[in-house]
Design a protein around this ligand. Structure first.
Ligand code: ADP
Ligand code: SF4
Ligand code: MG
Length: 347
């Protein structure tokens, strides 16, 4: 079982440690990301899932060094291949993002420049980065469009972004993200705006990239069905924190945190779309968080087991087994409560 003894043992690529990204709005502190730890391995897909507003995009933007006023990284570290990104000067950071790490956003039309053709936007990436001729950059652009499955790439390379369908625009975004063969792609809701068929094609394309280029992917989505089909490892986020993380099969077979259990019963089986909305109540305001467990106001288990500590003290993320961690008092034996500890076969 020991991973370290395998010849192709997992190689750490990105480590986020104790990340805190807060926004300062109207005299309030909005704790959008609050003590997030995660580790992504080369060639693996790490799924980050959670309801809207839980801090997924702010986590992605923090890794990319794209947090602006009124936001600020208040603590923690982001280590990419041994380099601390938080401490890096802007020009060094620029070398890494866009080159070794790239970002695919939810809405390509917002990110593509409307006044330049697809080809000139792609070619510019190659010219700036490799200093190659315009013609060579253009040829590479056509090839890349072909790779991402754009039909008739020799024609489409001359199209403006508004002339593309949603699926084609997303493929162009992916082409731009792939252009420099990054080691890590951060894909923030990459298929949310697309219809189901195109969604499946884009996910297939991402699977291929990962196999052919050993690209690691941080796949961010609110959709647990997308994670199930793509990710190796998954972290569930709630109110700015990771509340459970595990290998993907383990999380689906043995969800331990009451929130994860709620999410999993709320999605239909199969690959139907499953918005995460059926847990009664809503997440807390990240500008006004409860003192104890952030899920306490919605947690049935807390009431069922009469747990007092939940409202008093925030639980920490603790390993339950080597690859499975949970942030919940139900699984902490020192909590001094009467709850049945760590019985995965509950409910
Ligand atoms: N520019 C901003 N100013 C103030 N609050 C922000 C800003 N950006 C994000 N937030 C807050 O951070 C929290 C997390 O947002 P986000 O990461 O976008 O959530 P998700 O991507 O999971 O839907 C939200 O409560 C949001 O209101
Ligand atoms: S710590 Fe308590 S309130 Fe929070 S999820 Fe666990 S049982 Fe529920
Ligand atoms: Mg988001």
């Amino acid at each position: 079982m020991s991973q370290s003894q395998k010849p192709n043992a997992k190689q750490s690529l990105l480590k986020v440690e104790g990340l805190k990204t807060h926004f300062f709005v109207d005299g309030r502190v909005v704790r959008a990301v609050d003590e997030v730890d995660l580790e992504i391995f080369r060639g693996k897909v790490f799924g980050l899932v959670g309801e809207s507003g839980c801090g997924k995009t702010v986590t992605a933007l923090s890794i990319m060094g794209l947090i602006d006023e009124p936001g600020k990284i208040m603590g923690g570290d982001i280590i990419f291949d041994g380099i601390s990104l938080v401490a890096l000067a802007e020009d060094e950071l620029n070398q890494i993002r866009g080159g070794r790490i790239s970002l695919i956003f939810q809405d390509p039309q917002v990110r593509l420049n409307p006044v330049f053709t697809v080809g000139s936007q792609l070619a510019e990436i190659f010219q700036v980065h490799y200093g190659i001729s315009r013609q060579a950059a253009f040829d590479r652009s056509v090839k890349l469009l072909e790779t991402v499955g754009i039909p008739d790439p020799l024609d489409r390379v001359h199209a403006y972004p508004h002339e593309l369908s949603g699926g084609q625009a997303q493929r162009v975004m992916i082409a731009m993200a792939l252009a420099l063969e990054p080691e890590l792609i951060i894909a923030d809701e990459p298929t949310t705006a697309l219809d189901v068929t195109i969604q499946a094609q884009i996910l297939d394309l991402m699977r291929e990239m990962r196999v052919e280029h050993s690209t690691a992917i941080l796949l961010i989505t609110h959709d647990l069905a997308v994670i199930a089909g793509m990710a190796d490892f998954v972290a569930v986020m709630y109110a700015g924190q990771i509340i459970e993380q595990a290998e993907v099969e383990e999380l689906y077979e043995t969800p331990l945190h009451p929130y994860t259990q709620g999410l999993l019963v709320s999605i239909p089986s199969g690959l139907d779309e499953g918005p995460l909305t059926s847990i009664p109540g809503s997440p807390p305001d990240p500008g006004n968080l409860p003192t104890g467990c952030r899920y306490a106001p919605r947690c049935k288990e807390r009431i069922e087991y009469g747990l007092k500590i939940c409202e008093l003290k925030l639980p920490s993320l603790q390993p339950f087994s080597p690859e499975h961690s949970i942030r919940c008092w139900l699984y902490e034996s020192e909590a001094g409560h009467e709850a049945p500890l760590s019985s995965p076969d509950r409910g």
